[in-house]
Design a protein around this ligand. Structure first.
Ligand SMILES: Cc1cc2nc3c(=O)[nH]c(=O)nc-3n(C[C@H](O)[C@H](O)[C@H](O)COP(=O)(O)O)c2cc1C
Length: 295
């Protein structure tokens, strides 16, 4: 199955660089026409499974009446203000379905960014129960994450962020902490990543719960085949994993998989997902093998 990048009236790589969590929105309304476009995007990504073959569901919850406005609760993240609606991402509770939802919902988020809409992944602190009053869930489904959508009120801040990102000033782990070559004791140097350097870099700029950036990637080259093994540095003590009833960091690794893949496609280095754990000595028992992208 070919995973399309959709709506690429702009580059996905540029979109990944541009995306940033938006928590303050201005009063500009989302028109019905735009809501219709959003619905088309949601339907498209509902119809495409993630790397493990699971389908996710996405719904819009408009805050256009008193009931929905007062009804849904954001917990301690009440500082998210002024937005028009929420996107609600639904999946079943198995680990692989959660990874697939992270992968697919991030593609939705990037499409919203391309449309000029602000978003913010919210996986932890919102009241799932209050959202469930407005969303029909099937057996074994749960609300994995939500995102407010609207127009960011802080255009200047966004511009500033792009500049900071270009300068590498934003808060992300360095390559040697995340990317490896052949084994976990050898860091992947940018110059050894070849044409895939940008794809690795786009993983770095991904959003992650509490910005923990738990992605660990290893490049292995054998003859003409390049394989990138994806591991999750799963933190069993992180409250995001222990308190919510699901391992939130599985979403983070799904996000990394989508960033790598959409970038590789754009770089004309499309590959495919394979799931065969390499025989690799890990430097850390927390590292969980997730899957590999083979080019
Ligand atoms: C799975 C997931 C859950 C998140 N949950 C929250 C949240 O509950 N509240 C919040 O304000 N931000 C949340 N975020 C946003 C992260 O804090 C943010 O992505 C990270 O700090 C990096 O910043 P950036 O998105 O601006 O690049 C979440 C992100 C992810 C990927």
């Amino acid at each position: 199955m070919v995973h399309t990048v959709l709506n690429s009236n702009g580059s996905m790589i540029d979109t990944i660089k541009k995306r940033t969590s938006v928590r303050t929105y201005d009063e500009q309304k989302i028109t019905e026409e735009i809501f219709d476009q959003i619905t088309i995007i949601l339907k498209k990504f509902e119809a495409e499974p993630g790397p493990f073959g699971n389908y996710s569901r996405f719904q819009i919850l408009k805050l256009d009446n008193e009931e929905s406005h007062q009804g849904v609760k954001l917990g301690t993240y009440g500082f998210i203000k002024g937005h028009m609606a929420y996107l609600v991402a639904i999946c079943s509770k198995e680990n692989e379905a959660i990874i697939d939802m992270g992968y697919s919902f991030e593609k939705v988020i990037l499409n919203m960014t391309q449309m000029g809409l602000g978003t913010c992944w919210i996986g932890g602190t919102f009241s799932r129960e209050s959202f469930m009053k407005f969303i029909d869930l099937k057996d074994n489904e749960f609300i994995g994450a939500i995102s407010p959508i609207g127009y960011g009120s802080d255009n200047n801040r966004i511009k500033e962020k792009i500049i900071r990102r270009t300068a590498g000033a934003d808060n992300r782990k360095s390559w040697d902490q995340m990317f490896f070559k052949n084994d976990f004791s050898t860091e992947l140097k940018k110059e050894h990543a070849g044409e895939l350097e940008i794809a690795f870099e786009m993983v770095r700029w991904g959003p992650s719960a509490s910005n923990k950036q738990p992605w660990r990637l290893m490049l292995v080259e054998e003859q003409d085949i390049r394989t990138i093994h994806f591991y999750l540095d799963f933190d069993p003590k992180y409250t995001g994993n222990t308190k919510l009833g699901y391992p939130i960091q599985k979403l983070d690794i799904g996000i990394a998989m989508s960033h790598f893949e959409v970038s590789a496609i754009e770089l004309e280095k499309a590959g495919k997902w394979v799931f065969e754990e390499p025989d690799m000595k890990k430097i850390n028992d927390q590292y969980e093998y997730v899957g590999s992208y083979s080019i």
